[in-house]
Every structure is written in structure tokens, then in C-alpha cells.
Design a protein around this ligand. Structure first.
Ligand code: ADP
Length: 424
């Protein structure tokens, strides 16, 4: 069963339910009116129709929408016919056949127009029989002229009220369907945009990844060729050092690809994380990177900040930012430093990783979080780190901003919610 069918069934069941409720209320109203005006009350008719309304509710409740459409319309028409044919024309009861026709059109709609027309013809036929013949199945009810006027006003009000209400309800359903379609359209457009972004990233990824993996491999091959023809031990040692360096950069690149895949594939998992401990452990893990010893660390992070977040992704982000701060230090400066500070407010914690390194030219700053973007000639990395960091932080409902002045240094501000809501 498709969703369109489900929703049209839902609309029909709402309409049938309301129709039955209306008939029930009208029965009660007419019963009271009969009593009040002193017109002979045909209790058996009321009891019969009361039981039939209950039966319709039960059929609807069981989910037999099609059956309940048929029984409700049959019941509605027969009720009108029995009452209209047993009382004077002036009471206006026959006007309810128009109501029955409107309800049939609304219930079956264009989709099942043959059923709709069938019921309209059925109402019309009963109307003509009522008006043109003396056929009547229940005892004739004598109604005085004044009483007939009351009934006529009431029947006119009910007939026009129900018709207007039915049309309004159908318009409302149509409006809601249109709105739902618009929402779906919007979703499709968004998903399309996401797909285009992913596709172009994939293209760039394949291109750059193959380049970044092949370049060090050809260098290594060239160095191995040189080692083969060299008989100088010092030279060979130098070549081996260079090979080690290339292998290291390939290793880092593969690690970044793994990070990228972990961020896009793994679900976000949140748990309590002590920020200061996490940052320090990430820093310690970087101790084997070149330059680690030469950069002074300044810590300004309270020990007791605990947030509820995804520690795997946080580690990935801080590892990238801290290693960059060390990697892009300015060797011309006397003293290189990296400062890590944390501030917490009611909803967010902001972690600042600041350095007095090379800085990033202003013109390149808008592209700094793009995939494979490198801002310096001497960048030895893949240009994936900041891209992965931004993607990861976005998954944690946070943000990273950059403040940097070329030649002076850079500061990355990472803002993350203290309590992350995991959207499953
Ligand atoms: P990479 O692997 O090249 O370091 P990133 O995505 O981590 O890739 O960084 C992208 C570029 O941004 C780097 O190549 C570098 O030019 C620049 N960059 C990143 N962090 C800093 C920093 N702290 N100081 C100066 N430049 C930086």
C-alpha cells in the first residue's frame, strides 16, 4: 500500500467519522425537536438509526474504510429517504439528498469518480421518488404548517452547513497535501544538493588521493634506484632517511583517509568527556612529531570542564588542530608557542588553539576548510585535516572559526554544545 493511498484512506475515515457524528447529533436534535413540538415521535426509527450509526463506527474502527464508505452513504441516503417520504414536502427533508451527494463526491473524489457519480445518482433517484410518488415505508407523520417551517429552516441550515463543511474539509486536505508535497520537494532539492556536493568531493578525492599516494611512491622508487647504484654509505643513509620521511607522510595520509571514513560512517556516540584530560592526552600522543619539543605549550583550560560529547571525533579534531599549530610554527621567531584555552558558558564550551606560527594569508582563509586545500607551499600534509575537523564538529552540532594574520599566528575557536543531543 503506498503512502498516497494511506493518506486518502485517512482523509476518508476522518470524513466518515464526522459524517456519522453529524447524523447522530442530528438524530438527537430531531428527537428533542419532535418532543418539544409535540410531533409524533417514531422511536423505532430513532433506535434503528442509532444502532446503524454505532455499526458504522465499529466498521470504521476495524479499519474497513471502503465498507464503511458504502454503508455510511447507504445508511445516510436510506435515512433521508425514510424520513422525507413519510412527512410533508415543506419540512425540506429532501434537501438532505444534496448533502448526501456532496458527501459522496468528497468521499470518493476524482480517483473513484464512478462510485461518486453512482451515489449521486442514487441520492437523486431517491429524491425524485420522494417528490413524485407516495412510496413510504414508515408511518406518515403529520406536521403542522408552523412546525414544518421550523423543520424546513433546520434542514436548510444542516444541508448547506454540511455541504460547505465538506467542501472546506476537502480544500483543507488538498491544501495539506500540497504543503506536504512542497516539503517533499524541498527535501529532494536538499538531498540533490548534498548528492552533488558528495559527488564533486568524490571526484576531487579520487584525483587528489591517487596523486598523494603515487607521488611519494615514485619518490621512494627513485630513491631505491639511487641506493642501488650508490656505494657511499653516508649517501645511502641519507636516502633511507628520505624514504622514511615519504613513508611517514603516506602513513599520515592513509590515517586521514581512515579518519574521514570514520567520521562519515560511524554514528555519533556521546559520553562524559573531561576536556582538559582529553586535550592533554591528544597532545602527548603527538610527541613523536618533528618540532614537538621546540614549541612551548601554554595551558589555560580548567581541569573540571566535563561535557557530553563524542570523544572519538573530538580527539580527531584536536589532534589535527594541535599538530597543525606545531607543524606550521615560524622557525624565524625566537620563541614558538601554542596556547590552549577553554571557556564554558551555559550551553557551549569554546576551545581556542592559538599559535604564533606562520599564519594564513587573508585571501586563502575562506578556503581553509575545503577538501585537500593547502595554504602554504611548504605544507607537507594532505590538506584533509581541517576539512575532516569541520565535518566532525558539524556532526557534533558545533562550529570552528579561524582568526589568523599572516606572519603573526593563527587561532582556531572550536565551539561545541555541552550536552549534545544525538539525533538517531
Ligand atoms: P594539512 O594536512 O596540509 O596540514 P589541513 O587541512 O590540516 O591540511 O590544513 C590545511 C592548510 O591550512 C595547511 O596546508 C596549512 O597551509 C594551513 N594551516 C592549517 N593550520 C595552520 C596553522 N595553525 N598555521 C598556519 N597554517 C595553517
Amino acid at each position: 500500500m503506498n503512502s498516497a493511498m494511506v493518506s486518502s484512506d485517512k482523509k476518508a475515515s476522518v470524513l466518515i467519522f464526522r459524517l456519522n457524528t453529524l447524523v447522530l447529533s442530528t438524530l438527537i436534535l430531531f428527537f428533542l425537536l419532535d418532543k418539544f413540538l409535540g410531533v409524533n415521535v417514531r422511536s423505532y426509527v430513532y433506535i434503528g438509526f442509532f444502532l446503524f450509526t454505532m455499526y458504522n463506527y465499529a466498521v470504521l474502527h476495524k479499519g474497513y474504510i471502503n465498507l464503511s464508505k458504502i454503508t455510511s452513504l447507504l445508511f445516510f441516503n436510506v435515512l433521508i429517504f425514510l424520513v422525507a417520504s413519510s412527512e410533508p414536502f415543506e419540512t425540506g427533508m429532501h434537501l438532505q439528498f444534496v448533502t448526501a451527494g456532496a458527501v459522496a463526491l468528497a468521499l470518493y473524489g476524482y480517483e473513484k469518480w464512478k462510485w461518486a457519480i453512482g451515489f449521486v445518482l442514487f441520492s437523486l433517484t431517491l429524491d425524485i421518488i420522494t417528490l413524485k410518488t407516495d412510496v413510504s415505508f414508515i408511518a406518515w407523520r403529520h406536521v403542522e404548517h408552523d412546525q414544518a417551517i421550523v423543520f424546513a429552516v433546520l434542514n436548510t441550515l444542516i444541508a448547506s452547513g454540511v455541504s460547505v463543511y465538506t467542501i472546506l474539509l476537502i480544500s483543507k486536505f488538498n491544501y495539506e497535501s500540497q504543503e506536504a508535497l512542497k516539503q517533499k520537494d524541498k527535501l529532494v532539492v536538499e538531498q540533490n544538493e548534498q548528492l552533488l556536493k558528495t559527488n564533486s568531493e568524490l571526484d576531487r578525492f579520487v584525483y587528489s588521493a591517487s596523486h598523494d599516494l603515487r607521488a611519494p611512491l615514485s619518490t621512494i622508487k627513485g630513491l631505491v634506484d639511487l641506493i642501488e647504484i650508490s656505494d657511499n654509505e653516508k649517501e645511502t643513509e641519507n636516502y633511507l632517511g628520505l624514504i622514511k620521511c615519504r613513508i611517514e607522510s603516506m602513513n599520515n595520509f592513509i590515517a586521514e583517509i581512515v579518519d574521514y571514513s570514520r567520521n562519515s560512517r560511524l554514528e555519533v556516540e556521546s559520553k562524559d568527556v573531561n576536556l582538559n584530560e582529553l586535550l592533554k592526552s591528544v597532545y602527548e600522543e603527538l610527541q613523536f612529531m618533528p618540532g614537538w619539543n621546540q614549541v612551548e605549550m601554554i595551558w589555560d583550560c580548567p581541569e573540571n570542564i566535563v561535557i557530553n560529547s563524542d570523544s572519538m571525533r573530538l580527539k580527531m579534531v584536536f589532534s589535527n588542530l594541535l599538530s597543525n599549530a606545531i607543524k606550521y610554527c615560524d622557525l624565524n621567531k625566537e620563541n614558538s608557542w601554542v596556547k590552549v584555552s577553554c571557556q564554558k558558558n551555559n550551553e557551549h564550551v569554546v576551545i581556542q588553539i592559538e599559535d604564533n606560527g606562520l599564519g594564513i594569508p587573508r585571501s586563502l582563509q575562506p578556503k581553509i576548510f575545503d577538501m585537500f586545500f593547502r595554504a602554504h607551499e611548504k605544507s607537507s600534509g594532505s590538506g584533509l585535516g581541517l576539512y575532516i575537523s569541520m565535518e566532525s564538529i558539524t556532526k557534533l552540532s558545533g562550529d570552528i572559526t579561524l582568526n589568523s594574520v599572516e606572519g603573526e599566528g593563527s587561532r582556531f575557536d572550536v565551539a561545541i554544545p555541552i550536552n549534545m543531543e544525538v539525533v538517531s
